[in-house]
Every structure is written in C-alpha cells, then in structure tokens.
Design a binder for this molecule. Structure first.
Ligand code: BGC
Length: 419
C-alpha cells in the first residue's frame, strides 16, 4: 500500500517537532552532584538545594554514595576523575579539597565569588580550604562541629541525672547512672571515622585547645607521645565500657535513633546528629539536650562541607556557576542549616530561624574563632591530610576494639606521623 503524500508530510513534520522538543530537553541545564548525604536529616537538607536549583530550571542528577564521613564517596570520586568524567560538584571536606586542587582538576569560581563578595563573608578558617592559589574552587555550605553530646531528656530524668556534666569524670558518673537504670549509656557505631570523632573531643577535653593544636595541627611528636595522650587513650577505654554489645559497624544515624527513641542516653557526635532529631520532630530542651562535650566548653572543633566544583565542559559550566551561587545564597544558608544541624558558612546570616542548639552553635563558633579556640576536626579532614588521618584512624580504632593498649597506641600515633 502506498502512503498518501499528505500523511508522509504530517509524519515528517511530527518527527521534526519531536526532535525539536528533544533538543530543548537536552539543552536543559543540569548538575550532577556526588555526596554522602543519605540519612533522613541529610537528605532533607539536600532537598532544599535541589528544590532551589530546580526553581531556576537546573535539573539535579543525584549521585549519593552512602557511608558516614564520606570514605566510600571519596573512592567513587577518584574513579570518576580518573576516568576523565568528573561530576559537576562533589561534597568534600578540608584537606581533600586542597588535594584535588593540587591535581589541577577543580574549576575556577573567582568570577562568581568576586561578583557576590564571598571574600568578605566567609571566615578565614574556611577560606583556607575553599581557595587554592588565590582561586575559589569550592563553595562552603555549612560549618559543623564535632565536640557535641546529644542526650535523651526523659532517659536522663528516669536515670536521675539532674545536672549536666561539665567535665569528663562527671560525664562518666552520669553515663554510669544511665547504664544502671537499664539504658544503653552511649549510643555509638564502631566505624573508624566515628571512633575518631569521639577521639577529637576526648583529646580536646583532656589536653585543652593548645594541646589539640600541638598534636593534630602541628603534629608535634613530643605531644603525641606524651602522658596527656596516654590519658586520652585511657579515657577512650572508659567510653568503650559505656557502649552496647552491638555497636560494631553501626551507622551513626542508627546510633542517633537509639537516643531519639529512648533506648540510649547519650551520643557523642557532630551536629549532623541534630538533623536526625529535627527530622524526627524532636524539640531541643524538651525531648533532647545538646551540650558541648564535657570539658570542651568554649572550644569548637569544626568541619565544613563544601561543594568543590570540578572542571567540566562549557555547556555544563553555566549550571555549575548557578549551583555555586545557590549554595552561597544567604537565605539558602539559613534554610539548609536549620535542617542539617550545622550553622551557616557565611558570617552575615541571622540566627533567627535556628533552634536553641543552632543559636548556641552560631554563638560558640563566633566566640571560639575570636579567642583562638576554633580548630579543624582531625576526624573530619580539617587538621591533617588524608594519609595521616587514615593512619590515626587505624590506631584509634584498634585501640577502641581492644587490639592494642594505650601505651602501644601512643607509640603508634607518633609513628603514624613519621610514616
Ligand atoms: C559531614 C556531614 C555528614 C556526616 C555524616 C561529616 O563528615 O561533614 O555533613 O552529615 O559526615 O555523614
């Protein structure tokens, strides 16, 4: 059967129209974002950014790589960059940003940074990681800090813990009361980065701010091998006695859930834990308590999530610049961090929308920064580069699991720096 010429014309016209639509669709701007924000609170926070970009017509291609602290995500990034096909933006921490910058694979964000005046509103402690060779290469989305404790209020009431511990020994006494009352005292997940997160705080609490700087920032071998370090490891041993038998390899958000549900009294974790409490509709002061790790009041060990922008082809660069700008938008920095549990990476964002823990976080950060008590978190890549960090992780974890004693751990910390 021969086809009527008019039908052929219509078919051809339709095909043309559809291919036109297809090319409009493929011309839509998009960003591919690699991150490890897969817990309830983390995903809710990320949705704020996704929604803002979609309102601007930028499609969000999500590339989540589960695994707290980001270790698995870093392996995925390496594979993509090695294959010559990096994502548009990658969630990175501290020294990892600088490592990628050194390899020449990050984009130059100076044009957008200059237009929006980032230099004036991002604290120097963050800029040290967001810039390389005078160029902005990453957009900081928040400031987290690791020296926090999260507690279930009704568990503490039931256990008769009426005053909050202000030093390490008081904490142990309170936790033992919680344990005696039949609860898990310390909700913890035995993963190297979580053990190291405890260690950040224990070192701060045991040695104070100058000692922390000596061991983790200056990598001073005398301090690393000192009796204070031995005491810090002994204290890790005390904390080990407060966790339940199923702690091995538990994800951090499941440990938070134990506190939220009233199974456990305390969790020692960065303020991303608050994101889980918020997602579960819990109220600070009513359902849960946030406090600085006992003995670290006035000090802040920080980490900052930044979206490092990788060099991508010309067609993707416009969407990338839009994303960088969306991350630095003051209204976004408020909305995102209220959900995430962190505080804004800009100093000019009001604390009005934040709950009491968030307000305290913002105030603590400003005060600590003003008096030299703000330090980069070792556990979260802001004190030493990945090589040394991983060597420290290894020692801390083997000690926490009883494979080496405190004396051996101290020796190995010194050796980790040497190697
Ligand atoms: C990141 C947080 C994240 C946490 C747990 C930290 O290193 O800075 O944003 O929520 O790891 O995954």
């Amino acid at each position: 059967m021969t086809r009527h010429p008019l039908k052929t014309f219509i078919a051809a016209a339709c095909a043309l129209a559809f291919s036109g639509l297809a090319s409009v669709a493929s011309a839509q701007q998009s960003v591919e974002v690699l991150h490890w924000w897969t817990s309830g609170g983390e995903a809710a926070a990320l949705n704020v950014l996704k929604g803002n970009l979609e309102k601007q017509g930028v499609k969000w291609n999500d590339m989540p790589v589960a695994g707290g602290g980001g270790e698995a995500a870093m392996t995925a990034v390496r594979a993509r960059v090695t294959a010559g096909n990096p994502p548009t933006a990658v969630q990175l921490l501290g020294f990892d940003i600088q490592d990628w910058a050194k390899q020449g694979v990050l984009a130059d964000l100076n044009a957008v940074a200059a237009k929006e005046g980032w230099d004036k509103v991002v604290p120097g402690a963050l800029q040290a990681f967001s810039k390389y060779d005078g160029k902005w290469i990453a957009a900081p989305v928040n400031v987290h800090s690791t020296n926090w404790v999260w507690a279930n209020k009704s568990v503490l009431d039931k256990a008769g813990v009426t005053t909050m511990p202000t030093n390490f020994d008081e904490f142990i006494a309170a936790a033992e009361k919680v344990q005696k009352a039949g609860f898990v005292a310390l909700a913890h997940g035995g993963q190297p980065w979580q053990d190291a997160t405890l260690f950040d705080s224990v070192v701060l609490s045991t040695g104070g701010i100058d000692f922390y700087k000596k061991v983790f920032i200056q990598k001073d071998k005398a301090a690393l091998g000192s009796p204070t370090m031995l005491k810090a490891f002994d204290r890790m041993g005390q904390l080990r006695k407060l966790v339940d038998k199923d702690f091995s390899n538990r994800d951090w958000n499941l440990a938070s859930a134990m506190v939220i549900s009233g199974k456990a009294g305390f969790q020692m974790m960065g303020d991303w834990a608050k994101g889980e409490f918020v997602a579960a509709k819990k109220k600070p002061g009513v359902d849960f308590i946030c406090m600085r790790f006992p003995g670290t009041q006035g000090m802040v060990s920080f980490n900052s999530d930044q979206f490092a922008m990788f060099k991508v082809g010309g067609d993707k660069a416009a969407a990338q610049a839009k994303m960088a700008s969306a991350v630095m938008d003051p209204a976004f920095q408020s909305a995102f961090n209220v959900v995430k549990g962190s505080v804004p990476a800009r100093t000019d964002v009001s604390d009005a929308a934040f709950d009491d823990c968030g307000k305290k976080g913002i105030k603590d950060l400003a005060e600590a920064s003003g008096k030299g008590a703000l330090v980069g978190s070792m556990a979260h890549g802001h004190a030493v580069p990945a090589g040394i960090k991983n060597a420290f992780y290894d020692v801390i974890t083997r000690h926490f699991n009883g494979q080496i004693d405190s004396k051996a751990a101290v020796k190995e910390m010194v050796a980790a720096v040497d190697n």
